[in-house]
Ligand binder design. Structure first.
Ligand SMILES: CC(C)(COP(=O)([O-])OP(=O)([O-])OC[C@H]1O[C@@H](n2cnc3c(N)ncnc32)[C@H](O)[C@@H]1OP(=O)([O-])[O-])[C@@H](O)C(=O)NCCC(=O)NCCSC(=O)C[C@@](C)(O)CC(=O)[O-]
Ligand SMILES: NC(=O)C1=CN([C@@H]2O[C@H](COP(=O)(O)OP(=O)(O)OC[C@H]3O[C@@H](n4cnc5c(N)ncnc54)[C@H](OP(=O)(O)O)[C@@H]3O)[C@@H](O)[C@H]2O)C=CC1
Length: 406
């Protein structure tokens, strides 16, 4: 059935009277999406009916998407339940994972069952702080030095300016970097339960206004790439960004042999030769097998910013056979950028993913829910590492994907 409003708007867009992104000014968000979808379908010849079958309120998604035409669905599975002794995440929980890679959830699920059989994993957030690093132009290195000194002497003023824009964010420190006549100031904030990129960008902008009013430096760009957001960068792997989180477990030899079909020694050797030596030779920032898999699947399931999987793969896996012949395994993710408020966390299916973990919204104390999410993801990554290393040891990687992933 044709809707006169849709037909009329389609015509007006085709005539150039209304721009595609201005449709929401004329009709409700859902109708605007329908008009855009029809237009794209007509132009491309694609059948977009299924894209129009989305389960969220189009108006509520306004902060999350521009030029919306519908929704993409990603299958959602669970691994676990798995017992976790965390600094913030406690208990036996299922881990929600959204992915299109067959065998991935099975792998993490197997890892979770092994972790559980070993009595559970331990997880802790060891550092927190979301960063934004503006770049300033100065005349020369003498002025650069003067600016760095000014920043050191005036941190309270920068803090007051930055924190005037947020009731949750706290400026932790400002680290200067000088390159010729460029000065980069890496502002680091405690963003509590928010991932914090909007929060710290707004707060840093305010601090930059103060700095420009008081010094000769000129702001060139509010993000100068030393932050560093959504790019592989050693600064994040070394200094951390978002949450730095570690999970570990010690697994009795008999559990390794019965459930993973291999030995602690074999897993330790594969970890060294593959994750450490192979990664070093490849020039990789990630010294792990597939931490990005658990990070990406749990990011999608809980409304995180998918592009930040880049930083989430800055992880080191260690594995060793203990003196008792058991297996110790750990995963340390240096820069896991997560939140349980803001961004995509409010969308209904993503909020449901956080509910599965029991950590939707603001934590008590503030920041504890985002810590818990980081710990849950680290345990998922640990389970995935265990299972994949074992599959390589028992030579099951190819057959597992042939059976489950095609
Ligand atoms: C596939 C398995 C788990 C089979 O492993 P298995 O030991 O032969 O399976 P099983 O049938 O004996 O079951 C053992 C447990 O696995 C789980 N399990 C088993 N099947 C399922 C299923 N359908 N759905 C959910 N859970 C499943 C489940 O926990 C089960 O215990 P139970 O509950 O029965 O007591 C194993 O071979 C495996 O983990 N393989 C590795 C696969 C993997 O890790 N893939 C990751 C993606 S690879 C990639 O993307 C990155 C890569 C590889 O390129 C990175 C790199 O370079 O290294
Ligand atoms: N701007 C940019 O450069 C970039 C933006 N993004 C996007 O930014 C979004 C995430 O930014 P983010 O700032 O996290 O989210 P939001 O912009 O959605 O802001 C979250 C706000 O929630 C409020 N809040 C309420 N309860 C809490 C609590 N318990 N802990 C912390 N804050 C709380 C805070 O308000 P208040 O501050 O008033 O206290 C906070 O600023 C994502 O959509 C992401 O895609 C991603 C990369 C770059």
């Amino acid at each position: 059935m044709t809707d006169p409003t849709v037909e009329d708007l389609l015509e007006r867009v085709r005539e150039g009277e209304v721009r595609l992104h201005e449709l929401d000014d004329h009709v409700d968000a859902e109708t605007a999406a329908t008009v855009r979808r029809r237009l794209v379908a007509d132009r491309s010849g694609a059948d977009l009916d299924v894209v129009g079958e989305y389960a969220f309120d189009a108006a509520a998604a306004d902060p999350n998407i521009d030029n919306m035409i519908g929704g993409v669905q990603v299958p959602l599975g669970v691994a676990g339940p798995v017992a976790v002794d965390g600094g913030a995440f406690e208990g036996d929980r299922f881990l929600p994972m959204a992915t299109t890679e067959g065998a991935l959830v099975a792998s993490v699920n197997r890892g979770c069952s092994v972790v559980d059989a070993a009595g559970g994993a331990t997880a802790r957030v060891t550092k927190r702080g979301m960063t934004r690093a503006p770049v300033f132009r100065v005349a020369d290195v003498a002025e650069a030095e003067a600016l760095v000194e000014w920043v050191r002497d005036n941190e309270p003023a920068l803090r007051a300016a930055a924190e005037s824009t947020t009731s949750h964010g706290e400026l932790l420190d400002v680290t200067p970097y000088v390159v010729g006549n460029n000065v980069y100031l890496r502002f680091r904030f405690d963003t509590k339960d928010a991932m914090g990129m909007n929060m710290v960008t707004i707060a840093t902008g305010e601090a930059c206004d103060t700095l420009e009013a008081e010094t000769d430096a000129e702001l060139v760009a509010l993000s100068g790439n030393l932050c560093s957001d959504k790019k592989p960068a050693a600064v994040n792997a070394v200094e951390g960004r978002g949450r730095s989180v570690t999970a570990d477990v010690e697994i009795p030899r008999e559990v390794v042999e019965a459930r993973l079909h291999t030995t602690p020694e074999a897993i330790a050797e594969i970890n060294t030769r593959k994750n450490h030596v192979g990664s070093a030779k490849a020039g990789s920032l990630g010294f792990n097998a597939h931490v990005a898999n658990a990070v990406a699947a749990m990011f999608l399931a809980t409304g995180q910013d998918a592009a930040q999987v880049v930083e989430g793969s800055n992880a080191i896996t260690t594995a060793e056979a203990t003196a008792d012949g058991d297996l110790y395994v750990s995963v340390s993710i240096a820069s896991l950028e997560v939140g349980t408020v803001g961004g995509g966390t409010k969308l209904p299916t993503q909020a449901a993913g956080l509910d599965v973990l029991g950590i939707r919204g603001g934590g008590d104390p503030a920041g504890s829910n985002a810590d818990a999410l980081a710990e849950a993801i680290a345990v998922g990554a640990l389970a995935g590492e265990l299972s994949l290393l074992a599959a390589l040891g028992s030579r099951h990687l190819a057959s597992a994907h042939a059976d489950l992933g095609r």
